[in-house]
Ligand binder design. Sequence first.
Ligand SMILES: Cc1cc2nc3c(=O)[nH]c(=O)nc-3n(C[C@H](O)[C@H](O)[C@H](O)COP(=O)(O)OP(=O)(O)OC[C@H]3O[C@@H](n4cnc5c(N)ncnc54)[C@H](O)[C@@H]3O)c2cc1C
Length: 304
Amino acid sequence: MDLVIIGGGPAGMSAGIYASLLGLDFIILEAEEPGGLTNQAKSIENFLGFRGKSGKAIIETFLSDLALQGVKIKYPEPVNDIDLVSEAKTVKTVSDKYQAKTVILATGTRFLGLSKTMGIEGEKEFLGKGLSYCPECDGPLFKGKDVMVIGSAYDAFFMKGLAGKTYYLGPIPEKEEKQISRELLKANEIDYLEGKIERLEGKDFLEKVIVDGKAIPLEGLFITSREVGSELFQKVGIETDGDGYIKVDRKMKTNIPGVFAAGDITGEPWQIAKSLGEGATAALSVYHFLTGKAMHDLGWSLMK
Ligand SMILES: Cc1cc2nc3c(=O)[nH]c(=O)nc-3n(C[C@H](O)[C@H](O)[C@H](O)COP(=O)(O)OP(=O)(O)OC[C@H]3O[C@@H](n4cnc5c(N)ncnc54)[C@H](O)[C@@H]3O)c2cc1C
């Protein structure tokens, strides 16, 4: 096989359509369901051509385009072991083992909101109904409304620029402490709180959060902590930055020959447009790696 793409979100899908048009022998492995984080977006305002559509609707369009091109995503097929250093890369799942000359890592990031460490009672119920993980994406929907941010304190500043009363539930992450203090938050009219969110309450939409027994009325809650990378990557020596994002060059090459990365996993901005572009670039780079041909050598061969 020429290529294994790990992750069936926008980055993996985009890599897949290019890989198919380039005539590569490849597979896309997805741990859960195709679409990744985009499935959670209620309404997308900043992705050209799809303004106002839900993430799910966008993913359906992507999937039907992939189907027209004959591209399938194998799921649920979580990758749980990889050997990327040998010339023949090995990718293992519970049920199978794949060998390929190249690999594209497109596994995105994971929000801690739904994880065991930060899970909050009622969280799933309010996702998209007042609860969001992405201030840059959903922030504009909360103009003038009262909100709370948990995670990066920078996100509290971002939301303060849009929202009404803005709470930040600390503690401030260690890596932000040098730049952001409680005093700075206060000076910017951001209310600093500490405590445990016990539950979320509301009828159809979020109306209040209960922190240490005290009800705080608000319409938006942003849980922005993310987990990136995985033990898998660390084990095989993929170079990451201080925050765990995979280091790539403009061709989406990692430090390991034949291994490329694309999408949220390479860092900000965490956006669909960027993920699609990087997925496309990664597939073209795989093609170059395998054949020595660059995009300008292809002529019209992408147009079938
Ligand atoms: C609520 C919300 C609203 C958003 N709104 C917008 C918006 O308005 N505009 C915008 O541009 N972006 C928005 N985004 C961000 C956008 O969804 C992401 O930037 C995009 O999905 C990233 O694509 P990706 O393919 O890099 O990663 P992901 O979408 O995270 O996909 C990665 C995939 O890899 C899979 N995977 C992970 N580990 C493994 C493994 N070991 N084996 C196999 N598969 C694995 C995951 O299951 C996942 O499906 C929003 C996100 C959220 C959560």
